[in-house]
Write a protein that binds this ligand. Sequence first.
Ligand code: ATP
Ligand code: SF4
Ligand code: MG
Length: 331
Amino acid sequence: MTEQSNAQLLKIEDLTVEFHLDDLVVHAVDGVDLEINEGEIVAVVGESGSGKTVTAMSILRLLREPPARVKAATLAFRGQDLQALSPRQLRAIRGGPVGMIFQDPMTALNPVLSIGDQIAETVLLHQAKRDKKAARARAVELLQLVGVPDAAHRAKQYPHEFSGGMRQRAMIAMAIANDPDLIIADEPTTALDVTIQAQVLQLLQKAQRETGAATILITHDLGIVAEMADRVVVMYAGRVVETATVHELFEQPRHPYTLGLLASLPRMDTETDRLDPIPGNPPNMAAPPAGCPFHPRCSLAQGICKTDRPPLLQIGGGRASACHFHEELAS
Ligand SMILES: Nc1ncnc2c1ncn2[C@@H]1O[C@H](COP(=O)(O)OP(=O)(O)OP(=O)(O)O)[C@@H](O)[C@H]1O
Ligand code: SF4
Ligand SMILES: [Mg+2]
């Protein structure tokens, strides 16, 4: 966990992303609000298809448009309107003040360029003062920093010569190469062996501490959330349904969906490791249900839930919930 300062770094208001396909429209993200303060680690959780990746990709406009259509009332980084930037200006932010780490580094790395050259390229793109030689030396230094053994030699190798864990280390090196203010990490350890996951997470924590960067950490793993994050954003069906500090969220969830997520965690304190998954499946985002999108699966649903969409309301103490019955959940 980090010391939090309150200066706002990223502000997203009413983000909507639709995918316009031949015969249907997928409402992938539907009115997301998200604020990230300097230095804080915010976990984004939610079942598969809830819109976590699409939200993260929208920030620096990484989605292919079309088929994506991205709209937001506000999309601001350090007060700068990201929607007004040219592709070139956006590229200057990526890998500079905003570092990105993806689940599968193979898709983000260039297969025909050595790892060292790729990191050096990132350095050169953002630090005009350095020459090629200095940038290469910096790349080796960064590989050392992220725990790649024999970094000078490994820097000359290509992505396919690296193991999954090592590739993810190289991605982290690239993300922190220019001392970012924000790191966006989308399931950075999901594709790795369990034994490697812990190492890469520790490294991510170290990178976060050393750069002091705020971090958006997308993960399925509530254990990782508990260990790393300051605050949690819970997404369901393309919306934010709850936000709270990690402690509050685990102590007293204020949305039935969060309650369901927590109940499906393996229990450490009992003999059984039986899970209670949330019944049913997330909705088809090409035809989302009216009212609260969680109502077909919610044991607390009432009539109003089928017709009226609950807005994400501030419920005090910096928390927010999008449930008509959030007060009942408090008791
Ligand atoms: N290029 C695309 N074309 C059409 N639909 C898409 C596209 N990319 C994402 N979607 C849809 O948008 C919705 C949100 O997807 P997203 O990848 O953000 O989910 P996620 O929360 O990241 O899930 P996961 O945990 O599986 O990574 C899903 O319904 C998905 O099928
Ligand atoms: S609004 Fe209704 S259906 Fe939605 S989570 Fe709350 S109780 Fe359940
Ligand atoms: Mg995803």
